[in-house]
Design a protein. Structure first.
Length: 135
């Protein structure tokens, strides 16, 4: 059951990360038809968030790293030991705390998808932690 939940949350995280990466690289507009309207960001708001220095790591959007993380987690269920995923998720949670703080106190823009991604990272970390230490 926990493996299925990890798969579902990783898939949702992958979807959100792909959305942000696509908007960042202007592959599509923020109001794409396949993203529920409640989740879509207004173009100006989305670009304001994505253009901040905190939205990038080593010059690449955070969401690009999210794509690799969530894709890895989907594969991790099948091929890899949970310790690697645990380290990657610990780093993601640390980054999420920093980014959530930034959204609330620096950028001051509410971003439901951003906060959803941060929550997914924390929940995934806790689930993989349970698997790694308690089976």
């Amino acid at each position: 059951m926990i493996g299925f939940l990890i798969f579902i949350l990783s898939f949702i995280g992958l979807w959100i990360s792909f959305y942000f990466t696509g908007v960042f690289y202007q592959w599509f507009k923020p109001n794409v038809f396949w993203m529920p309207q409640i989740c879509q960001l207004k173009e100006a708001t989305c670009m304001t968030i994505l253009d901040t220095p905190r939205a990038k790591l080593f010059g690449y959007p955070n969401s690009l790293f999210g794509i690799f993380l969530y894709a890895y987690l989907i594969l991790d269920l099948i091929f890899f030991p949970p310790e690697i995923a645990l380290v990657l998720l610990a780093l993601a949670v640390l980054r999420s705390v920093y980014l959530a703080y930034s959204l609330i106190y620096v950028t001051k823009i509410p971003c439901p998808l951003c906060f959803t991604s941060h929550a997914i990272n924390l929940i995934l970390f806790l689930m993989v932690l349970k698997i790694a230490f308690y089976g």
